[in-house]
Design a protein around this ligand. Structure first.
Ligand code: NAP
Length: 520
């Protein structure tokens, strides 16, 4: 609960500063919002970043081999094509791209680093948001963009005895670069999107690598290679060519959605392709069996790698699907009772995706927290606005995730939509701009109907689904449809109210008119 009112003396070092917009997080979404606010002539905004530099998930994930699995000419802003050395950008390149955008669009002066928000609350009386950071910096804002991202809080499983382990242990998103892995016995838990990238990167140097696989993922070849010099020259110096290349990537990926959404039978072709990739890459027949997935491709994210399978087929690697029963001071015990001595344990176990608001308790109307509302049922309108949370915009909110193409396409569409709302709020001094409950409900009922026939509902257990089995993460339609839905703001979807003092003023004027003209 934030007690401090705007303009009152603050017990902390500074008074609350007011901003038209406060952005939480400086990853792709936060930066995209900031750049577009500036383009729209709204300069009075701040970005609060909990880390010591900008970049979100692409700053945090520094694990060896970290790459994007979406081609970079689509995994970049449409207005800033970037300069890419290869088809699929590496983490250092993507991070550099984000730094470049921050400077080029003059965003850095808006960023406050190491300012983790610890409280954020909507003041119904004044129609503003009040917030405070860990260091005691207080602020108010008419609108808030929550751009903390879904992949920001690492998930480490609660395994018996983990706290007794005497070696080094870390999560893939918090890589310990000080620990020299050469010759060490390393346990890796998880075989998801991150693990299939760092396992081949560390395999040649470690002494032993024990990989704990719970579910074998579908892994396809990655059509990656460095750009030739002349290709780079043309893409970087002839902008229409870069746009055409982006356009072709977009449609190639978008067409894949037919198999995910409309005709799941088409995924049989992916299955054949995936099994052939296993046969080509692995000689050991037992290992081939172990890594063969048993669910419909696409139900969980389809991964891409040209060296993951080969790295498993090496003498210093042992893959088990027996599970982890327990961790001892110097060993991992498998589900079938084998004690495997290890020096290091690395978790590639994903993120707390369903913890929507991260660690921030965003308190909306009536004291309800976004966390509690989302835990009950993670729903938003257009993945962006949530009933009960006026003037709040959630970037990459519920059902905006994708399994087939670039999330940046969705982010740009969302930001375009937010900007229309924020302009309306600013131009009309709106204290309350809140999506109507029935509009939000109808939107989500439609989403769930579409999801029912999709590949994501074919029975696998994935982080796309919440604890109740609802898919609250993926957008079940073509991304151009999302763009069309967010292109124009339909005001009838929202309850809008001017600030309280204006309502009182209008009432006073109304009373006066009634006194003078009682029948009016
Ligand atoms: P992930 O893909 O969700 O994989 C997590 C892995 O950990 C899975 O193999 C999972 O097994 C396993 N796991 C989780 N809890 C476990 C437990 N208690 N015991 C044993 N195994 C457990 O996580 P991630 O690799 O961190 O990637 C997360 C997301 O980040 C991806 O889905 C993707 O959206 C994004 N990402 C993107 C890129 C990119 O190139 N664009 C790269 C990396 C990550 P189950 O499958 O059985 O649950």
């Amino acid at each position: 609960m934030i007690q401090q009112a705007v303009g009152q003396d603050s017990p902390s070092t500074s008074e609350p500063r007011h901003h038209e917009v406060a952005i939480v997080g400086s990853g792709f979404s936060g930066l995209c919002a900031a750049i577009n606010l500036r383009k729209a002539g709204i300069d009075d905004f701040v970005i609060f970043e909990r880390g010591d530099s900008i970049g979100g998930t692409w700053r945090d994930n520094t694990y060896p081999g970290c790459h994007c699995d979406v081609p970079s000419y689509l995994y970049s802003f449409s207005f800033e094509p970037g300069r890419w050395s290869r088809k699929f950008g590496s983490q250092p390149e993507i991070r550099e791209y984000l730094e470049h955008c921050t400077d080029k669009y003059d965003i850095r002066r808006h960023v406050e680093l190491e300012q983790a928000i610890v409280a954020l609350e909507y003041d119904e009386g004044k129609g503003i948001w009040r917030g405070e950071t860990e260091s005691g910096r207080q602020f108010t804002a008419r609108s808030v963009i929550a751009a903390g991202g879904g992949l920001s809080n690492p998930a480490i499983p609660d395994i018996a005895g983990l706290d007794t382990f005497e070696g080094e242990t870390w999560h893939s998103a918090q890589w310990n670069h000080d620990c020299d892995l050469r010759g060490k016995r390393v346990a890796v838990i998880g075989t998801g999107a991150s693990a299939i990238q760092f396992v081949p990167a560390i395999q040649p140097e470690v002494g032993e690598l024990h990989l704990f696989q719970r579910t074998a993922p579908w892994v396809l070849p990655k059509p990656d290679r460095p750009f030739k010099k002349w290709e780079r020259f043309l893409l970087e110096s002839v902008p229409p060519l870069a746009r055409l290349y982006r356009f072709l990537i977009y449609w190639t990926l978008e067409l894949r959605l037919i198999g995910f959404l409309k005709n799941v039978k088409l995924m049989d072709q992916v299955r054949k392709f995936g099994l052939a990739h296993i046969r080509r890459s692995i000689r050991d027949p037992e290992l081939r069996q172990l890594v063969a997935p048993d669910f419909t491709p696409g139900c969980k994210r389809i991964l891409m790698s040209n060296d993951y399978y080969q790295s498993l087929d090496q003498p210093n690697v042992a893959l088990t699907n027996a599970g982890v029963a327990e961790i001892r001071p110097h060993a991992v015990v498998t589900g079938d009772g084998r004690e495997i001595p290890v020096d290091v344990i690395i978790f590639g176990t994903g993120f707390k995706v369903h913890d929507h608001a991260g660690k921030i308790d965003i308190v909306g109307r009536g004291g309800r927290t976004l966390k509690a509302v989302m835990n009950e049922s993670a729903e938003a309108y257009l993945g962006t606005t949530v009933h009960g949370f006026p003037n709040l915009f959630v970037a990459t909110g519920p059902n905006t995730g994708l399994g087939h193409t670039s999330l940046l396409y969705m982010i740009e569409a969302q930001v375009h939509y937010m900007l229309q709302c924020i302009r309306k709020i600013r131009d009309n001094g709106l204290a309350r701009f809140e999506v109507k409950k029935d509009v939000q409900d109808a939107y989500n009922a439609e989403l769930q109907k579409k999801l029912a026939g999709s590949v994501w509902a074919t029975g696998c257990k994935s982080w796309y689904l919440d604890d109740n089995g609802h898919n609250t993460t993926l957008y079940p339609d073509y991304t151009f449809r999302f763009r069309a839905a967010t292109r124009h703001l339909d005001l009838s979807a929202y309850d809008t109210r001017p600030p309280l003092h204006e309502i009182k003023h209008r009432r006073r004027v109304g009373d006066l008119v009634n006194e003078l003209h009682p029948t009016a």
